[in-house]
Ligand binder design. Structure first.
Ligand code: A3P
Length: 296
């Protein structure tokens, strides 16, 4: 069908130096002009940091752990993706947002400097989720292979270099995680780590609850932890992106809910790639001390 034929492997166009898929770049003015409500909540991540996981946790927290309410619609309908734009008939993120009454929860992968300024002017709450670089690039590699709208990833070694050079969609992982880290206190951003969520989900879900000024019992928190475990979300059609057609997510290549682990990078990095990556990482991250963990 023509509509899906045109969905394949969008080229990248830079907006203020950041490579974005062409349909996002072509519609950039409407994203940049978006004015959130002061009560809107933003969940910001570099791709593959555990966005969907935290979206599910937040939705459940906001609905007192009610699994039925959280199953009212797929993730991207409940928590729209601010900048996403595909050719018609696929609805844009903004078209979902505009149909919802505030307060809304909104997802973005935009780096700090591309987040519409209204979020900062209105002092919106922002949850940032970061995942260590090595597991992020492995997860992104599998995602780019299966998601037919993302640029062709090519072989692993070249992909790793593109990641180090900030050439993948949404740009440099290093700049992304650093800028939100440096802004977190001034902007009251809750900065979370995927690895902490894996290690102690109960503690981290409670942190999110407190940031949202909610007060739920420990039993409800435990219930939310169970509902948002990797295995439970993998089987939940409203949280596992099974609604995305196979022409877009080619599940013969990989699943969206792939492994959900810390340390899978050890199955992909050769010793030489690991050494090169570590040397480059030291240079790119020398100006900050963000406590990333590549194993737990
Ligand atoms: P893997 O590819 O390493 O499995 P995002 O939602 O930002 O695109 O991130 C997707 C990554 O988060 C995938 O990582 C996915 O499996 C993982 N993920 C999704 N839900 C999870 C959960 N409940 N627990 C742990 N990891 C989860």
């Amino acid at each position: 069908m023509a509509a899906t034929d045109s969905l394949y492997r969008f080229p990248l166009i830079k907006i203020k130096g950041i490579p974005l898929m062409c349909h996002i770049a072509d519609n950039w003015n409407s994203v940049w002009a978006f004015r959130p409500d002061p009560l809107d909540l933003l969940i910001a991540t570099y791709p593959k940091a555990g966005t969907t996981w935290v979206q599910e946790i937040v939705d459940l927290l906001l609905h007192n752990g009610d699994a039925e309410v959280a199953r009212r619609a797929p993730t991207h309908h409940r928590i729209p993706f601010l900048e996403i734009h595909s050719p018609p008939p696929i609805p844009s993120g903004l078209s979902f947002i505009e149909k919802m009454d505030p307060p809304r929860v909104i997802k973005t992968h935009l780096p700090f400097q591309l987040v519409p300024e209204g979020f900062w002017e209105n002092k919106c709450k922002v949850i940032y989720v970061a995942r260590n670089a090595k597991d992020s690039v492995v997860s992104y590699f599998h995602f780019d292979q299966m998601n037919q709208t993302q640029p062709e990833p090519g072989p692993w070694d070249g992909y790793l270099h593109k990641f180090m050079n900030g050439e993948l969609p949404w740009g440099s992982w290093y700049d992304h995680v650093k800028r939100y880290w440096l802004e977190r206190e001034k902007r009251n951003i809750l900065y979370l780590f995927y690895e902490d969520l894996k290690e102690n989900p109960h503690r981290e879900v409670k942190r999110i609850m407190q940031y949202l000024d909610l007060s739920l019992s420990d039993d409800v928190i435990s219930h939310i932890v169970r509902l948002t475990s990797f295995n439970t979300m993998k089987e939940n059609p409203m949280a596992n992106y099974s609604c995305i057609p196979d022409q877009i997510f080619d599940r013969s290549i990989s699943n969206f809910m792939r492994k959900g682990l810390v340390g899978d990078w050890t199955n992909h990095f050769s010793p030489a790639q690991n050494q090169l990556f570590d040397e480059d990482y030291k240079k790119q991250m020398k100006d900050v001390n963000i406590p990333f963990r590549t194993n737990i």
